[in-house]
Design a protein around this ligand. Sequence first.
Ligand code: EPU
Length: 333
Amino acid sequence: MSVTDNTPPQTNESTEVEGAATPFAASHRGFLQELLEVPPAFEEPLSRHTTARVGGPARAYVVLSNVLELKRLLAFLQENRLRHFMLGNGSNVLFTSKGFEGVVLQLGRPFERCEIKGRKVVAGGALLLSALAQRTAAKGLTGLEFGCGIPGTVGGSLVGNAGAGSESMADHLAYVDVLDWGHEIRRYCRGELQFSYRKSNLTELGQVVLGAHFRLADADPKAAKEKIAWLCNYRAETQPLRYPSAGCVFKNPRFDDMPSGQPLLSAGALIDRAGLKGLRVGDAEISTVHANFIINRGGAVSEDMLEVIRRARSRVKATFGVDLELEVRVVEA
Ligand code: EPU
């Protein structure tokens, strides 16, 4: 779970207006080339930056090296009415084959910091959750081990309140630093953030999660490491990790989503029981290992994945009366 886009919460998707300059006029390219420490890429295939390995070209793809660059870039994009999309680890997102008519941003290495002092942990927005889990467990801290099985960044995982089992990102959070919609850094403590199952109000409060602070509990380092080893092993045995995928495609239903009298089942179990394992469109396939994953067997395009999603939803609805909700975010070009 790893994304925010530049749509201010009170408005609709596109921020382009009629008569706005064509994206990526030479002057736009020139600005990006001058501003950024890491050279920008133009017409960059998003399949290179998403874990499902699908998605057409972005007009520009940029990696940010510091907050000042980020602020200047966002101000420039706003002035020039260019759309942008904030990408985390590229794991919970599907771009179509048309790609993205704007700038795709990713936070670079300087945003991957992880500082641990006692029970306090400061993590950068671009740090991988698996790295955060490993490092905190190695210091004998418990609370974030579940993250070893989630293919996302700290920022994206907080936006979508990622989790596994009964644990989620919100549980041990102290506060989050975001760049707000006015391009100012703001700190929100946990109580100000409306976390619920796979949801937060972070995209309303800000456009980029710069970092987060967690307060963990002491654990026996051996026990924390064993928990991680167990979770990694469980994941390796129950998930199709050998193939590219966007991770779990659907959110698990809640009790209230189930028709009365039906037992609560996970999205994977519902798709499985509907007989859909192995369903294939092009090179996109419902994994035979875990039915909430759509794997890319090599040459899949986004539309293949979207068609598999459509069929899975429709069959689960017809069989169990359950409306599956997407966990993966589908981004309009
Ligand atoms: N199941 C089936 N058939 C399947 C898949 C699962 O019957 O094809 C059953 C399992 O036997 C189990 C139940 O469904 O009884 C739940 O399956 P699992 O333990 O794999 O957990 P999940 O709810 O499907 C969640 C997260 C995963 C995370 C695992 C770690 C969600 C939507 N998914 O999966 O997160 O890795 O727990 O245990 O909450 C992700 O967010 O991208 C993701 C992969």
